[in-house]
Write a protein that binds this ligand. Sequence first.
Ligand code: NIG
Length: 419
Amino acid sequence: MTLLIDNIGELSTQHLAGEASLGSGGAAGVIRGAAVVLEGERIAWVGRSSSAPAADERYDAGGRAVLPGWVDSHSHLVFAGDRTAEFEARMAGQAYAAGGIGVTTAATRAASDGELRRLLAARVAEAVAGGTTYLETKTGYGLDVENERRSAVLAGEVADEVTYLGAHLVPAGADPEAYTELVCGEMLEAVRPHVRWADVFCDRGAFTEDQSRRVLLACRDAGLGLRVHGNQLGRGPGVRLAVEVGAASVDHVNFVDDADLEALAGTWEGWAAAGSPGGAGVVATAGTVATVLPACDLSTRAPLAPARALLDAGVQIAIASNCNPGTSYTSSMNFCVATAVLQMGLSVQEAVRAATFGGALALRRNAGEDADGKRAVGSVAVGHRADLHVLDAPSATHLAYRPGMPLTHAVWRAGTRVR
Ligand code: NIG
C-alpha cells in the first residue's frame, strides 16, 4: 500500500544530502510545494508535488508544514507518584536537588506492574499526540536489582530505545561504593538483555567522577552504548567524562566551560553531517551529542543550557523533553522547540533539526539501517522510517511564533497514522 501526502506548504526534510537535488526553498533541507510517498513503514519518494508519482491513496496536506516526527532522546517515563509539593517549594525559591529521586523511587517500587503499564501507556500516548514518533526512556526509579529489571522490561514494551540508569541516585541508607558495585555487577547483568544504552547521573549529590567512570566502563564492556547526565547542577567532570568514554550523548550541559566546549567540538572534527542511506560510517564516526533540555531548565529555574554557543563551537546538539516527575513534567517537544528558539537563541530550523535529526544522532539512528534492522529516523529521505508530523500551520516558524498553541495536526509513525 502506498500513500501520497501532497500539497505540503513547507517540508522540512532535515536530510541535507538530498537538498541540492531536490531544489531547496532557501533554508537547508526545506522544500516548498512538496510531496512524500509512504510505502508500508518506509518513505518511498520525496520531492515536489508537481512531479509526484501516483499512489494507492492520497492525503492532501492543505498547504500545511510537514516535519519529521520528533525524536525525543531523553525521558524518564517509568514512574509512579507525583512531586507537586517539591515543585511548589521550588517556585517559592528552593533549589532543585537530586534527593527527590528517592521520593519517586519509593512510589515506583510500591506500584504494581499493571499500574506502571497504565501510567506508561498514557504518557506515551500524550507524547505521540504531540508529534513524537521515536522515544527513548530510562530506568532509574527502581534502584534495586528487581525494580531496575522490571522498569527496563516495562519500558521496552512501549519505547523505541531503553536506557539503564541504575546510577541515578544512591538509595537512602545504601553505601555509595557498595551500590556502585551493584550497578556494575548483579544489577547490570539483570537489566542487560532489556536495554541498548547505559547512563549515569554524574553530578553533585549523585555519582562522583570515579564512580561514574566505573559504571560507564562496566556497561561499555557489557556491550551497551553510553550516555551521561552531566553538568546539570554545577561545573564538573560530566562532559569530559562523556567524551573520554565515547558516549553518544551528554545531557543537560547547563554549566559548561571553554574546555568542555572544546572537548565536545573535538569529537565532531571531520564528521560529515550529510548521512546517506546505508551510511554506517556516519554512525561510527559521530561524536558526543550535547542534549539540551529546555523544559527542565525552566522548571528548575536553572541557567539555560548554552545551545547557541555549543552550535557555534561546532557541536551537534539535540533537544529532548526529559519528561520526568521531578524536573520536567512535560513531553511536549513543540514546547521545547519553541523555548529553544525564544530563550536559547536558536533559529527555528536549528531547533527543529535538534529535535529531529539531532535526537536521532544522539541515539545513533540517523542513517542507514542498523544491525538490528531499525530504519533511520529524524529526517525525511527515501528508505527512512515514515515518521511525519503535520502542523496546523503553513511553516515550522509557527512553533515559536504561536507558542503553546495546539499545532500538531496529524502524525504518522512507521507509516501508520497515529493522530
Ligand atoms: O534528568 N538529573 C537527573 N535526573 C532527572 C531528574 C530526576 C528527578 O528529579 O526525579 C533529570 O532531570
